[in-house]
Ligand binder design. Structure first.
Ligand code: ZN
Length: 232
């Protein structure tokens, strides 16, 4: 679903690659029953992301069925996969070659990708990085007064129910704040000097900010247990 075919580089995630649209997509949800809990949760992180950016109804489906999903209830999994596919198709059709970097699908990835880069694409799964990234980015939104703290709390609660990391002590790798900020600065240079953040405003609603300061990022990272904010 979506035509991005890219590989990671030590400089940045998904740095080398192309776009090639598939002729078709087959989703065999029974396959999910063969994955361990960690891999299943990692995949689910992207579904939770789609719920936050695009659909309160899809959010409720996952929130009400998180345990059934983790128990690989095939009926529930089929609804979850179908919903994710429907949301992604609509969002990707608008911008199949990712010309517009203001993509709501990037929620959690502005922080998540550099986190993967500094961890060496090994012990940290993509969905785990995205889960942690969603919380950091949501904290930036809360600190700007854009997102109600109660929505952040619901997101944290759901991610914790499926054992996805929302705090640095739950990450499977040790991460150093300075390295994350440096990896973000590299992405910023690759993107001609601008780093865009998808900030959630409510379930199904986001806005794009390209003026987030490094200090705001530091504060949000420290609220997630990473480092301490620099002295003013
Ligand atoms: Zn992703």
């Amino acid at each position: 679903m979506g035509g991005k075919v890219a590989v990671d580089h030590q400089t940045a995630k998904n740095l080398l690659g192309a776009f090639y649209q598939p002729a078709g997509v087959v989703s065999n949800v029974a396959f999910l029953a063969t994955r361990d809990r960690r891999q299943l949760a990692s995949g689910l992180a992207e579904s939770i992301k789609k719920a936050v950016i695009a659909s309160p109804a899809y959010w409720e489906l996952i929130e009400q069925n998180a345990e059934a999903i983790m128990a690989r209830d095939l009926d529930v999994l089929e609804h979850v996969v179908h919903g994710a596919a429907a949301i992604k198709t609509v969002l990707v059709e608008r911008d199949p070659y990712e010309d517009d970097l203001r993509r709501p699908l990037n929620f959690g990835h502005t922080i998540g990708h550099p986190l993967e880069t500094v961890s060496g694409y090994g012990n940290l799964l993509h969905g785990e990085a995205v889960a942690f990234g969603m919380i950091v980015e949501s904290r930036i939104a809360v600190n700007r007064g854009l997102l109600a703290p109660a929505v952040l709390e619901r997101l944290i609660a759901l991610l914790e129910r499926v054992n996805l990391p929302t705090n640095s002590d739950q990450l499977p790798v040790a991460v150093d704040t300075q390295s994350v900020l440096e990896a973000m600065a590299i992405v910023e240079r690759i993107r001609a000097g601008s780093l865009r953040y998808v900030l959630p405003v409510a379930f199904g609603e986001t806005l794009i900010a390209d003026d987030i300061s490094q200090e705001e990022v530091r504060v949000a990272l420290s609220e997630c247990g990473l480092g301490t904010p620099a002295a003013a």
